[in-house]
Design a binder for this molecule. Structure first.
Ligand code: ZN
Length: 315
């Protein structure tokens, strides 16, 4: 997979809170906060609910109540002076720099989903994506990098510490690569689509188990990621040219490999060193995650991602 060298990147939906300028996520929390916690943090990987359970400022409501105490800069100032906004200008940048790669993937995801939702009469509002390092305050409370990338339904924003991508390879043993990384963002966008469609209201926070609403929600987000993947090469930027080209079978295999590495059973047995306990499943097994990504990719149709349908075979 490559990005069109000449495509313009749009950083307007990115908030770069990484170090340096003292943005609102700038390490002021001092290391780990409650959501992390050693080995447990990994269980919340690519999570959705952990933060909402913590209460915090947002809870399940729509409040966007970031306290001003973390840094002196207003959000706009942080954005204007951010590293990503300054250095991520073109597809060529996306091909060479990790943060710009994520910006480009965000652009593609926004492009696809705004079209797809418009076709079904739903207004698409893009989520903001926050790059942070160490810890961050969100509309769902405070979080540390240990929880992995996540979507906060309290403020409709995505949060990612880009060092997670290194961890995926070093700790989870994933093969990595740009398309595998794109899958992670596409999954988080899947949660945003669920928030726009109201699907997340069908899930009770904290419920677990192989047929729980939580697992259904996560598998659906994987399916939506696959749907985007199916359309990624035909999703144009504002200039009309496809931003992404050359998705290969190896790319798809790398995305599936990542999906498998963050399956509940893999994490419990391979990383947690314990037995597989289905009653604690929150995201689905490795097989299930691969299967639902594949369903989305092979059909290219979000309607085929109804993991909540009566009698659906979750795999
Ligand atoms: Zn998720």
């Amino acid at each position: 997979m490559r990005f069109d060298e000449n495509a313009q990147l749009d950083t307007s939906q990115i908030d770069d809170l990484r170090g340096g300028g003292g943005g609102r996520g700038g390490g002021g929390l001092g290391g780990r906060v409650a959501a992390g916690g050693g080995g447990l943090g990994v269980v919340g990987l690519i999570l959705y609910f952990l933060l909402t359970q913590l209460g915090g400022t947002g809870g399940g409501g729509g409040g966007y109540a970031l306290p001003g105490g973390l840094g002196g800069l207003a959000e706009g100032e942080t954005t204007d002076t951010s590293q990503a906004a300054q250095s991520c200008r073109s597809g060529a940048d996306a091909n060479s720099e990790l943060d710009c790669e994520v910006v480009a993937v965000v652009n593609s995801l926004d492009g696809y989903w705004s079209d797809a939702l418009a076709r079904s009469g739903v207004t698409y509002q893009p989520p903001r994506t926050n790059f942070f390092s160490g810890s961050v305050r969100t509309g769902c409370g405070s979080a540390s990098s240990a929880v992995g990338p996540f979507y906060c339904p309290g403020d409709n924003e995505i949060y990612i510490d880009l060092s997670f991508y290194q961890e995926l390879e070093s700790r989870f043993g994933a093969q990595g690569g740009p398309f595998a990384r794109a899958y992670v963002m596409a999954h988080e966008f899947g949660h945003h689509i669920q928030a726009l469609l109201g699907t997340n209201s069908r899930v009770r926070p904290g419920e677990t188990g192989p047929t729980s609403g939580s697992v259904r929600l996560e598998l659906q987000a994987d399916c939506y990621a696959g749907v985007w993947a199916a359309h990624a090469e035909s999703t144009p930027t504002e200039s009309g040219e496809p931003l992404i080209t050359g998705i290969t079978q190896d790319d798809i295999a790398a995305a599936l490999d990542t999906a498998a590495r963050i399956g509940d059973d893999y994490i419990q047995s391979e990383l947690g060193g314990g037995q597989v306990d289905e009653s604690q499943f929150s995201h689905g097994s490795s097989d299930q995650r691969e299967r639902w990504f594949t369903t989305g990719y092979e059909t290219g149709d979000p309607a085929q991602c109804d993991t909540f349908a009566r009698g659906v075979d979750l795999g």
